[in-house]
Design a binder for this molecule. Structure first.
Ligand SMILES: Cc1cc2nc3c(=O)[nH]c(=O)nc-3n(C[C@H](O)[C@H](O)[C@H](O)COP(=O)(O)OP(=O)(O)OC[C@H]3O[C@@H](n4cnc5c(N)ncnc54)[C@H](O)[C@@H]3O)c2cc1C
Length: 256
């Protein structure tokens, strides 16, 4: 998938290696820290209403190896729940990520509030050298839409990237100079650009990430946020394959 080329590894290798993937600039990242639950968690959250409980089924593959799989009945139940927007069973599974993201993307990401908990690095305390995101390709404005961009780069891409990098470096230099002059960190940070990276830990439900993915994987979302949403979605899909597929099939109906 196109967007995943921004990461140094593909999601298919995710379950067998450290789950921290960097953006193409080697600074921004998404790290899956831990998760709670499985597709069975969703099915059993629903089945408790009938005072019932389900379990994984054991199947043996051609090589004689045993696997725990979701029963067909539980799969159908999950599909039914998603289709009819019985969303509360999808609130129980949780995922926790550590994310390093530019502030202009964070402002969009943090608009997703229901089902999300976040804690972020504070530049009132931390005075580490700021790091900023500078795109390698600067996209053209699309005059036909109010927000968004064309997929094509500006004609003078190299020069524009150089100008952006210079502006960012100037701000970061001034920030350090202000600190050296005794300015408090909470005010010195005022001159730092929106492209500055920040870092936060986020815990959210499966339902929360499904809402976010439906909105932020869409072509109308900014490319930079799509990159992050794409990785989060690929983790979630691998851990909760049946639930994720059912929720994504529901599409924008889930948002109603
Ligand atoms: C392409 C795109 C462009 C956008 N452009 C802008 C923009 O220009 N300006 C801007 O400000 N935002 C913009 N947004 C943000 C958007 O308005 C939403 O805030 C964001 O998508 C999060 O939506 P959510 O439904 O996941 O919200 P969440 O806050 O996670 O809420 C989830 C759901 O809970 C319910 N809910 C939450 N809070 C309340 C409440 N107070 N009262 C009643 N029900 C509630 C609603 O059903 C809501 O849909 C944009 C989003 C996208 C995807």
């Amino acid at each position: 998938m196109e967007l995943q080329s921004n990461f140094s590894a593909t999601s298919s290798t995710l379950m067998n290696q450290p789950r921290k993937l960097f953006l193409e600039d080697g600074i921004g990242f998404v790290e899956l820290l831990e998760w709670f639950g499985s597709d069975l968690t969703v099915a059993n959250a629903a089945r408790v209403s009938m005072n019932k409980e389900s379990a994984f089924q054991t199947v043996t593959d051609a090589e004689g190896k045993e696997h725990q799989v979701l029963s067909e009945r539980d799969k159908q139940l999950i599909e039914y729940l998603a289709h009819h927007r019985h969303v509360t069973p999808f609130f129980h599974p949780q995922l926790r990520f550590r994310i390093k993201m530019p502030i202009f993307v964070v402002r969009e990401w943090y608009r997703h509030t229901i089902g999300f908990a976040r804690n972020e690095v504070s530049r009132r305390y931390v005075t580490d050298a700021p790091q900023c995101f500078v795109p390698g390709v600067v996209r053209q404005r699309d005059k036909n839409i109010k927000q968004g961009s064309k997929d094509t780069a500006v004609d003078n891409n190299e020069s524009v990237v150089t100008q952006m990098r210079a502006a960012v470096e100037q701000s970061c230099t001034l920030y350090n100079q202000l600190l050296e002059q005794g300015v408090c960190p909470e005010q010195a940070r005022m001159i730092l650009p929106q492209s500055m990276y920040t870092e936060f830990i986020e815990t959210a439900s499966l339902a929360g990430y499904a809402r976010l993915a439906i909105l932020r994987l869409d072509g109308s979302a900014q490319r930079e946020i799509r990159t992050y949403a794409s990785f989060v979605a690929s983790c979630t899909e691998q851990i909760f394959p049946v639930s994720w597929k059912a929720l994504m099939n529901t599409g924008t109906n889930l948002l109603l």
